[in-house]
Design a protein around this ligand. Structure first.
Ligand SMILES: NC(=O)c1ccc[n+]([C@@H]2O[C@H](COP(=O)([O-])OP(=O)(O)OC[C@H]3O[C@@H](n4cnc5c(N)ncnc54)[C@H](OP(=O)(O)O)[C@@H]3O)[C@@H](O)[C@H]2O)c1
Length: 280
C-alpha cells in the first residue's frame, strides 16, 4: 500500500517539527509547512538525522495568508493524490493581562490560533470528503479547557477552537472524517520564548499590572516543561488510530489542572491557581 499523506502547519519548530519527524518515521509522507522557509534547515537537519529526508517535503505556508491556503492544498493533492492527516499545529501565545491587551492584539491571536486552523481545515475537507476518510488533528492546549490568567486571548482562541472542533466532529462523523483535539500541558518549545508576544502596554511599561505580571512571569518560567517528543508521539498514535477519541489531554500538569477544575468547587480552584501563580 502506498504511504499515507500528512500535512502539518508550523513545522519549523517545537511540536510541529517533532510531529513531522515522528510521522515520517512511522511511514507517512509528510508535507511540513512553515511560514518562513529561512527556518527550513532545522526541519531538514532533523529529518536527515532521523534518516527520513525522503519522506519530508518542506513547503511555505503562513496560515494567516488565507488566500494562499488553497494553492498549498491543491499542490499537495496534485503531487500525492490525497491527504490522510491534517495537523493544525501553527500557533503562538499573546501574553499580557486582559485589561491591557488591545483589540487588535487579541484579533492577531485569533487570526493564527483560530481562523488559521479553520481556513486550513475548510480547504482540506473537500479532499477528505471525497476520500471518505481523514484525520483532522487540532493542536489545542490545556488552556483551551482551563483558562489561566495573563494569557486570556490565547485561552480564548483555544476555547474557540475547542467549540468549533466539537461541532465539526459531530458534522463529520458520518462522513468517515475524524476530528481530534490534543490538549498539551507545558512543553519545552519556542512558544515560551521566541514565539511569546507581549502586549504593547506590557512592553512600554504603561500597564498597571506591571509588578504582578513580573511576579507571575518568574513563576511561569520556573515551571518544569516536559519534552515535546511526548506530544509528537501521541500525534502519531492518533493518526494511526482508525477510531480516535475527541480529546487527548497530554502531560501530568495538564491532567492535574483539569482534574482540579472538575473536582474542586470553583472558589477553591481559584485559590489554588492564585497561590500557584503567585498573583494576588
Ligand atoms: N509548548 C507548549 O507548552 C504548548 C502547550 C499547549 C499547546 N501548545 C500548542 O502547540 C502548538 C505548537 O507550538 P509549540 O509549543 O511547538 O511552539 P513553537 O515551537 O513556537 O512552534 C510554533 C509553530 O507555529 C508556527 N507559526 C506561528 N504563527 C504561524 C503562522 N501564522 N503561520 C504558520 N506558522 C505559524 C511557528 O513558526 P515560526 O517558526 O515561523 O515562528 C512555529 O513553527 C501551538 O498551537 C501551541 O498553542 C503548545
Amino acid at each position: 500500500m502506498s504511504k499515507k499523506i500528512a500535512v502539518i502547519t508550523g513545522a519549523s519548530s517545537g511540536i510541529g517539527l517533532l510531529s513531522t519527524i515522528e510521522l515520517a518515521r512511522a511511514g507517512f509522507q509528510v508535507v511540513g509547512s512553515m511560514r518562513d522557509l529561512g527556518r527550513r534547515e532545522y526541519l531538514e537537519k532533523a529529518a536527515a538525522d532521523a534518516g527520513v529526508s525522503g519522506s519530508v517535503d518542506v513547503r511555505r505556508l503562513d496560515v494567516t495568508e488565507f488566500g494562499t491556503i488553497a494553492a498549498l492544498v491543491d499542490g499537495v493533492v496534485r503531487d500525492y493524490g490525497r491527504i490522510d492527516v491534517l495537523l493544525n499545529n501553527a500557533g503562538f501565545a499573546m501574553a499580557g493581562f486582559a485589561e491591557d491587551l488591545k483589540l487588535e492584539e487579541i484579533r492577531t491571536q485569533f487570526e493564527t490560533n483560530f481562523f488559521g486552523n479553520v481556513a486550513m481545515t475548510q480547504a482540506v475537507l473537500p479532499v477528505m470528503r471525497q476520500q471518505k476518510s481523514g484525520h483532522v488533528i487540532m493542536m489545542s492546549s490545556i488552556a483551551g479547557l482551563c483558562a489561566p490568567l495573563a494569557i486570556s486571548s490565547y485561552a480564548a482562541s483555544k476555547f474557540a477552537l475547542e467549540g468549533w472542533s466539537e461541532s465539526l466532529r459531530l458534522e463529520l462523523n458520518a462522513l468517515g472524517i475524524k476530528v481530534v483535539l490534543v490538549e498539551p500541558g507545558s512543553y519545552e518549545t519556542d512558544i515560551w520564548s521566541r514565539n511569546t508576544r507581549l502586549g504593547e502596554k506590557t512592553l512600554d511599561g504603561t500597564s498597571p499590572n506591571q509588578e504582578r505580571g513580573a511576579r507571575m512571569k518568574e513563576r511561569v518560567q520556573s515551571v518544569k516543561k516536559r519534552n515535546p517528543i511526548e506530544v509528537a508521539r501521541l500525534v502519531v498514535r492518533i493518526a494511526q488510530n482508525p477510531n480516535p477519541k475527541l480529546r487527548y489531554v497530554v502531560g501530568t500538569d495538564a491532567k492535574i489542572q483539569l482534574a482540579l477544575k472538575r473536582v474542586l468547587p470553583w472558589k477553591q480552584y481559584e485559590k489554588v491557581i492564585a497561590y500557584f501563580l503567585k498573583v494576588d
